[in-house]
Design a protein around this ligand. Structure first.
Ligand SMILES: C[S@@+](CC[C@H](N)C(=O)[O-])C[C@H]1O[C@@H](n2cnc3c(N)ncnc32)[C@H](O)[C@@H]1O
Length: 283
């Protein structure tokens, strides 16, 4: 870093998030990613094939892992479905990109340039090495950047998404930065867990999830307030809660369960937490 460059992490909290992801080598992420080289740090959507649970013992674990990975890839496909028409000459931003799976999928689908950013140097290094191996490093690039102040030019991107990464940041700061970087008429999509304003504040289960990931789950209403304040007009809001529960039920039975399955299932089933997709246009 030169004297003029700003540090990527600005607060002790951001440093702890970076430390968490720099150290993270969880089999639930790595073993699933090894299936086909798409590394995800998000959850799955859709029903699982119950036959995987009947697989003979020596292949059962492998079958469950492949099935969970299929559901996680299906989740990223649903997010990309909501970006609208993207042309090969457009540019997309994956904000809080993890090890980069959704960025790779976006490039393969739209043929365009994708920039992924993460606050974790390890993730950025891993993801760049992976796209080099795939031979798509000329089109998909990962950067160590803070999504609240990326340094990208104004009006650069036709589409921006946050796939399960909004719970680490202040939403007003985030949407102000996204509004700056998006072209007018550009599309923003997020898939996120949010707590239910109707049932009050954070339930015990939601607090347990926050503690597990060192994050700050926002209320559902906070998204719409912060979007409206920053020039975003929602075009689609999809409650994905029912569609993600099977993934958690399968994950609870898997060898790669981390212990966070119980709070997720409790929070979804009691209605204190939603898995939501929001797509919005920048006006
Ligand atoms: C749960 S992971 C999701 C990763 C990815 N979107 C995916 O779907 O696989 C959260 C990501 O947000 C990133 N993150 C958290 N705070 C950030 C910030 N202020 N700026 C950039 N990235 C951040 C973390 O480094 C991590 O990559």
């Amino acid at each position: 870093m030169t004297a003029l460059e700003k540090p990527v992490t600005r607060t002790a909290y951001q440093q702890s998030v970076a430390d968490y992801w720099n150290a993270e080598k969880d089999p639930v992420n790595l073993r699933l990613g090894d299936v086909d080289g798409l590394y995800h740090h998000h959850y799955g959507l859709g029903d699982y094939d119950p036959a995987v649970l009947e697989t003979p013992a020596d292949r059962r674990d492998e079958a469950i892992i492949a099935e969970m990975h299929r559901l996680e890839t299906a989740q990223a496909d649903v997010l990309l479905d909501h970006l609208g028409p993207i042309k090969p000459e457009d540019r997309l931003l994956d904000a809080g990109c993890g090890r980069g799976g959704t960025s790779v999928m976006a490039h393969l689908r739209f043929g365009c340039q994708v920039d992924g950013i993460s606050i974790s140097e390890q993730q950025v290094g891993f993801a760049n090495a992976h796209v080099r191996q795939r031979g798509i490093d000329g089109s998909v690039r990962y950067h160590l950047k803070n999504m609240l102040d990326t340094g990208f030019g104004s009006g650069t991107f036709q589409g921006i998404w946050n796939n399960e990464s909004t719970m680490y940041v202040d939403l007003n700061e985030l949407f102000a930065e996204h509004a700056r970087q998006l072209k007018p008429g550009g599309r923003y999509v997020t898939i996120t867990g949010c707590y239910n304003d109707v049932t009050g504040g954070r339930s015990r289960a939601v607090s347990q999830i926050d503690q597990h990931y060192i994050c700050n789950i926002h209320a559902r209403g906070d998204y719409f307030k912060a979007m409206a304040a920053n020039g975003f007009v929602p075009i689609n809001v999809v409650d994905l809660t029912a569609a993600t529960i099977p993934y958690w039920e399968l994950r609870e039975k898997s060898s790669v369960a981390t212990g966070v399955e119980k709070p997720f299932l409790t929070a979804y089933r009691e209605g204190s937490f939603h898995y939501l997709l929001i797509a919005a246009d920048r006006v």
